[in-house]
Write a protein that binds this ligand. Structure first.
Ligand code: EPU
Length: 348
């Protein structure tokens, strides 16, 4: 039985620490509760918003005049499948708790994704990625709630339509009551099953990791050492949202054609990019820094000194302040380079 709470502050439910109150807030721990929460919203003719760990989201200062449904479905279970191990993670499990548990069991596959904030459910929605790995590479299947049909469905990796920081779980299906940012959201992730391996080899492809293990031969590197390295490298590069509220990378790295890349490279020879599915993924952080935005503040919203892709809340920034700063950056980068930055963070 769900318990809708009234007028709950959303800022404490997001790593940006921004946002007014939700008219109703429902924590969901089981699949049945998920159905109940959606029925509550329908019955009251209110829009609803599905929230995970709140690490990639900014709610408006005016709050949300509907039902925020927070997925708190627990559970980590490892299941042996021949040489492989399937790790089942409830949608509400902390992503890093799943990584830590897998590393403890010596199961390879997601160690490079250590210390990413957010939940297991959001890992599939976002297709999180870091240090040469995208979570889609390990996802076996996903159990989701189909809002329109009011049934639970199982999707194979292919059916999830994963791509850079996106998936079918971000796509809409034209639900009339859905708010901006989740317009017509159709599928809500309940559980994700990952295929992990007992005999992995460290993935050292990413420059920072290769540098860290420069004098080591890969077969001597343990999974625990990999996790420790990732955590250290992340801490050096990215501000901790616990101490400086932020939502990780604010923008995606733009993916442009090889022709366009050559043109931009002519104008900006230092530009950083690498081949990605026949195109070139370029570093948004480099572009933003090159345009002089690193460390720039607008009121309490600011681009961090540590990383040009991260916009932080330095005190009492409003959603409006953050959005204003991000739009100034997008406009300026476009005017100077012709490259359109796209937000990774979802603004409601
Ligand atoms: N760089 C700059 N200025 C900066 C920071 C970085 O010029 O202030 C340059 C660096 O020199 C480097 C390049 O940008 O060559 C890439 O930097 P980094 O390794 O930090 O990675 P990123 O492309 O900026 C992506 C992900 C991160 C992920 C890292 C590590 C996106 C949008 N971001 O960042 O993911 O942790 O790679 O793999 O794809 C997130 O999505 O929230 C996130 C933090």
């Amino acid at each position: 039985m769900v318990l809708p709470l009234e007028n709950v502050s959303l800022s404490s439910h997001t790593t940006m620490r921004i946002g007014g109150s939700a008219r109703y807030f429902i924590s969901v721990h089981t699949e049945d509760e998920m159905c109940e929460a959606v029925r509550f919203a329908h019955k009251n003719k209110l829009p609803f918003f599905v929230l995970g760990g709140g690490s990639n989201i900014i709610f408006p200062d005016s709050g949300f005049l509907g039902v925020v449904i927070k997925i708190e479905i627990p559970g980590i279970v490892f299941e042996e499948h021949g040489r492989e191990i399937f790790a089942h993670g409830g949608g509400g499990v902390s992503w890093d708790a799943l990584v830590a548990e897998s590393v403890k069991h010596n199961l390879w596959g997601i160690e490079n994704l250590s210390a990413i904030p957010g939940t297991v459910g959001a890992s599939a929605v976002q297709n999180i990625g870091a240090y040469g790995v995208e979570v889609k590479d390990t996802i076996e299947w996903v159990r989701a709630y189909d809002i329109q049909r009011d049934i639970f469905v199982t999707l194979s990796r292919d059916e999830c339509a994963f791509a850079y920081r996106t998936s079918i779980f971000k796509k809409s299906a034209g639900l009339p009551t859905a708010p901006a940012g989740q317009a017509g959201k159709k599928l809500v992730v309940m559980k994700v099953v990952f295929c992990l391996s007992k005999n992995g080899i460290p993935n050292l492809r990413y420059g920072d990791i290769a540098k860290y293990f420069l004098d080591r031969s890969p077969e001597t590197i343990s999974i625990l050492e990999m996790r420790e390295a990732i955590i250290k490298i992340r801490a050096q590069k990215l501000p901790n949202p616990q101490t400086l509220p932020n939502a990780g990378s604010f923008f995606k790295n733009p993916i442009i054609s090889k022709n366009q890349y050559l043109k931009v490279q002519n104008a900006f020879p230092g530009i950083k990019g690498h081949e990605y599915l026949g195109k070139v993924k370029i570093s948004a952080a480099w572009l933003i820094e090159m345009c002089g935005w690193k460390g720039v503040r607008y009121k309490d919203a600011g681009i961090t000194q540590k990383h040009a892709l991260v916009i932080a809340n330095y005190g009492n920034a409003s959603a409006h302040d953050i959005v204003h700063l991000s739009e100034c950056i997008t406009r300026d980068v476009f005017e100077r380079t012709g490259i359109a930055l796209e937000r990774e963070v979802i603004i409601i």
